[in-house]
Design a protein around this ligand. Sequence first.
Ligand code: SF4
Length: 399
Amino acid sequence: MSHDAERFWEQAQSWDELIERCRLLLLDPVFPTVRAWKQRTGGKTVGCFPVYTPQELIAAAGALPVSLFGARGQVEIDHADSRIQSFVCSIARSTLELGLTRHLDWMDALVVPSICDVARNLSGVWQHNFPDRLVFYLHLPQNVESAAAGVYYRGELERLRQGLIELAGRPIPDEAVREAIRLYNGNRALLSRLCELRATRPEQWPASHVYALAAAGNVLPRDEHTQLLERALALGEAVSRPKRDWVRVVLRGAFCEQPPLELLEALEEAGCAVVDDDLQIGARFFLTPVAEDGDPLAALADAYRFQTALTPVNNPGRRSRADDLLRRCRETAAQGVLFASPKFCEPALYDAVLLKRAAERAGLPILEFEYEEKMTVFETVRLQAETFVESLLFFSEVT
Ligand code: SF4
C-alpha cells in the first residue's frame, strides 16, 4: 500500500466514497494500513483489546496502538477452538484465530485490560501460543472512589511505560505522554462532535456511517485519524438526504465485541435512528479532556477514575449506569432503547437485565437481541426492529 493510498481520506471526493473506504478498512482482516505503517516507519505495533487501554502511552513510545475487535466475521474459526473454549464470545475466539493464522504477524505486543474472565484467559492463552511477543495484562482499579485506586493505577501505568520502553528501545519522557494526551483529546473532541451531529440530525449523519468513520481510527495513527474526521465533517454537511420517518433509539450492550456492520445497517433500514450508543466506546472513553499539564500518568489515572463513559466492565463509583442511560435518553430525546448483547458475554447480558428494568420503569419501550460475529442473516432482527418502529410511530400518532 503506497503512502498516498494510506491517506485515502485526502483523495475522497464525496462522503459516500469516504465511508466506503472506511467500511472496507474495518472489514479487512489483513490490516493493510498497519502493515504499511510498520514497513514505512520500522516502528513497533501494539494490539489493544477492548474496552479501553491507555493508548496515549503507546503513542508516546513512538509505537502504533491498534484497537482489536476480532475478525468481524471475516475468517472461519478453524484453529482457535482447540486452544480456547468454543462457548465464549466471538471476539476472544476470532482474535486468537487471527493470531494463529498469521493475520496479526505485524503485532509486536498485546495489551489486554482486566475486563472479564474471558479477556484474562485470552491473555494467558496468547502468551502461551506466542511466547516471543510481549503480552501486558493491565489491571484496572475497581474501587475508583478510593484515593488508593489513583496511586495503584498510576503504578500500573508506570509498569506499562517501562514495558513499552523496553519494547520500543527508547525513553518515554513525560512531555511525550503530555503531547500524546493532547493528540487524543483533540481526536476525542472530533468524535464527540460527530456523535452530537448524529444525535441532533441522524438523517444527515447516519449511525452506521459515523461508526465506519470511528472504526478507521482503530488502524490509523491518531493524527491521521483526526485529519480523516476533519475531512468527514467537511464532506458530511454537503450531502443532501431525503427525509424519512425515524424512531430515535439509544443502543446499549456493544461496548466490547462489536455487532456486524450489516446488523447496524439493518436497524437503520428498519427505521431506527441510533442517536447514542456504546459501540467502540474505548475511542471516546473519556467524556471530558484529560489534563494536559502536570504528571501525565496521574492525569490518565484521574481520568480513568472520574471521567469515563460507563460500561458493565468499569466501576461507576458513585455514578449509576441506570441513571446514566435514562439521562442520555432524555438528552437525545430517545423514544426507545435497543439492548444488543454479544452471545456468551456475561457482563453485557447481566447488565442488560438491570438496565432493561430501569428503562421499563421510565416508560421507555425496549427491543432486545443477541448477536455474534458469524451472524449472516439479519432478517429476524430487521423484522423485530420494523415492528418496534411501527408500534412506536403508531403510539406517537395516537398520543
Ligand atoms: S465480549 Fe464480553 S465476555 Fe467477551 S471479552 Fe468482551 S466483555 Fe469479555
